[in-house]
Ligand binder design. Structure first.
Ligand SMILES: Cc1ncc(COP(=O)(O)O)c(C=O)c1O
Length: 636
């Protein structure tokens, strides 16, 4: 195997791309990262090639690439797994998928979901009036479900009645008896009831960061007593047949399959007991929550999941079928509201690296050694030089501590005016090298001493990435979510720097210091040294929740977007290009009036006594600045 090929193999395994990429992403023989939108390895596009084609069209870094075919493939995989589980288990109900709007409300995204999902009767799930109005505009399959979750006032309920006029199979999921009472009251005016679902509060809890969405203290769903009250309300008003669905959702990114099985078992038992009371709900909605294996470890770690879609579908269908047989009730149609697992893979954020700050880059020269040993060199410097020559795995802790003490001594001498700048610089350099060696030794230990894990954070190079973490991957800031990150090229070269990634916002939280690793979280990412050519990083699996939760910290808004389609022959094209938010739009969203601002600029310039021409030129410059992209412009 050539050295290049060996290095590419190393990179594939080091960055785990084959584990988390699920056939959508890979590194090719040239060391470039590629996308395979239909998970077909023979149809492949280099991400760098897309960036090159984007540039002349004004779609520059940072940008988000969207691959509707990835979405299509993932939706198909999901649907097929359920079909196959239904067939294998001789299950008599059907599967209906609905997509939860909140996971990615971008129009481009929902357009793609509704297009790809039509043949699978895919429906939509909404949790607010705004999402409702947007979802209503989609002409879904006649059998697709339209599910309204969340807390509802009378206006929202009225909208649900109105949606029936559009031929939508609406199911209003009730969160409490008062909500149901309102629905029943309003139905008297319309002379009909919409389909109703009850969200049940299960005793079983999910697993992972959203476990508190479930269990008997959850904010959502009906307790058993409330469920009985709601059943009574329906019976008292002779509308038992309007109960069409029982629903539960145990939180997002559930990391353990056993928690899912337990919840499904409890939910189908509730379903059976409700059925035995004379109600005939047709659907059991098992919610969302399937975890995405962001780090590729297939474990119950919070950025992973220890099961596949196939396992989820099989276990869900099998468990429901078994309990139904035992309870002698018909098998319900199974509704899923999975969002994350469908959406995560379809988009990638790309950004260029602007600057690399390394703690100490210059090599140690022979003349440095001579300077340290000169007769008039400070004693502390000579001691540091001794440590530099003698530090090893056995003495590194003690020698590291000594070096800190000598560094203090050297700086005190400097404050008192006893040493010169060259000696001070040499001292800094030696302390850095000693710390680096001590760090290397500490990494060989089974348990790295805590002070060295802190030191590790300080010793890495900082790569300044032209994007905002708060805008493009807000969950990494908010909940320490790990996303796969890697350079888009140069994988035939060994990366030589350990790095953290800092963004361009003026916020110390705009910084990534945790990365996916093969067996544990890593405190740094291995990146290549700058070589003068543009260097791009990709942030993968960002299609779920990141755009919905994005915030405009420092007024960095939505980034440019490019939607890419590829033909079976492997030819790709842009199906849509969308510019990111310009500065004026970001300001208008904060109630600024750009015309008034222009007037204010003019007034200030006039009062400074500038010439008319100069004022006009400056105002033109302001106008241009107002319509610009707020991110950093390319250097090349
Ligand atoms: C009611 C409901 N359904 C579905 C989902 C989607 O969950 P996920 O994206 O984890 O599949 C959510 C999100 O937490 C939700 O609250």
């Amino acid at each position: 195997m050539s050295i290049y090929k060996r290095q590419v193999e190393w990179a594939k395994s080091h960055y785990g791309i084959e584990s988390w990429g699920k056939g959508f992403f890979s590194i090719d023989a040239d060391g470039d990262v590629c996308v395979h939108p239909s998970a077909d390895a023979s149809v492949s596009i280099k991400l760098q090639d897309i960036i090159k084609e984007c540039e002349p069209k004004g779609i520059v870094s940072p940008l988000i690439l969207r691959f509707p075919q990835v979405l299509d493939t993932q939706l198909k995989r999901f649907h097929e797994e359920f079909r196959s589980a239904i067939w294998k288990n001789s299950y008599s109900g059907e599967h209906f998928g609905v997509f939860p709007f909140k996971v990615n409300q971008r129009r481009e995204f929902i357009d793609a979901i509704s297009y790809s999902g039509f043949d699978y009767r895919y429906g939509l799930e909404v949790g607010s009036k705004t999402e409702f109005m947007a979802a209503l505009s989609y002409d879904l399959h006649p059998q697709a479900l339209f599910i309204c979750n969340g807390f509802k006032d009378k206006d929202f309920i009225e909208l649900c009645f109105m949606a029936k006029k559009f031929g939508k199979n609406i199911i209003v999921v009730v969160e409490g008896p008062d909500e149901l009472q309102n629905i029943v009251e309003i139905s008297k005016r319309y002379d009909e009831m919409p389909g109703v679902g009850f969200r049940v509060r299960l005793y079983s809890r999910g697993a992972g960061k959203w476990a508190k969405s479930s269990g008997n203290t959850s904010k959502f769903g009906l307790s058993t007593n409330e469920l009985l009250d709601c059943l009574k309300i329906l019976s008292d008003n002779n509308c038992e047949e309007s109960l069409q669905m029982l629903h539960f959702h145990n939180g997002s990114q559930i990391t353990e399959i056993k928690k899912i099985k337990k919840a499904v078992k409890e939910a189908i038992r509730v379903y059976a007991k409700v059925y035995q009371r004379g109600f005939k709900p047709k659907f059991l909605n098992v919610g969302g929550g399937i975890g995405v294996d962001y780090d590729g470890s297939k474990t119950s770690f919070s950025s992973s999941a220890n099961y596949s879609i196939q396992e989820f579908a099989n276990d869900t269908i099998y468990t429901i079928g078994e309990v139904c047989k035992e309870e002698e009730v018909p098998m319900p149609n199974v509704v899923t509201e999975s969002g994350r697992i469908i959406a995560a893979y379809h988009s990638v954020v790309l950004t260029d690296i602007r600057e690399v700050q390394s703690p100490c880059e210059e090599p140690w020269m022979e003349e440095n050694s001579q300077l340290c040993q000169e007769k008039d060199s400070p004693k502390a410097l000579k001691e540091l030089f001794y440590i530099y020559n003698h530090i090893n795995e056995k003495n590194y802790i003690e020698y590291y501590h000594d070096s800190i003490a000598f560094q203090d001594e050297l700086f005190t001498l400097f404050d008192l005016g006893y040493i010169n700048l060259s000696h001070r610089a040499l001292g800094e350099k030696l302390v850095f090298i000693i710390a680096n060696r001590a760090l290397e030794c500490s990494l060989q230990e089974r348990h790295q001493p805590e002070e060295f894990s802190l030191l590790q954070k300080e010793m890495v190079s900082k790569y300044l990435a032209n994007f905002s973490i708060f805008q493009s991957i807000p969950d990494s800031w908010a909940i320490d979510q790990l996303f796969p990150i890697l350079p888009l090229s140069r994988h035939h070269e060994k990366p030589s720097l350990k790095a953290s990634i800092v963004d361009i916002t003026c916020d110390s939280d705009g910084c990534l210091e945790q990365f996916i690793g093969r067996s544990s979280i890593k405190r740094s990412i291995d990146l290549h040294k700058p070589n003068g050519s543009p260097y791009f990083l990709g942030f993968f699996l960002v299609g779920a929740y990141q755009e919905s939760l994005a915030n405009e910290h420092n007024l960095f808004g939505a980034i440019h977007e490019a939607e890419v389609l590829v033909s079976e022959e492997g030819k790709w094209r842009f199906s849509k290009l969308t510019s990111g938010d310009p500065i004026d739009e970001l300001l208008v969203c904060r109630n600024y009036d750009c015309e008034e601002m222009m007037k204010s600029y003019k007034k200030q310039l006039t009062s400074q006594g500038h010439h008319e021409e100069e004022i006009q030129a400056t105002l033109d410059q302001c106008k241009k600045a107002l319509v610009a992209y707020p991110y950093l412009k390319a250097l090349h």
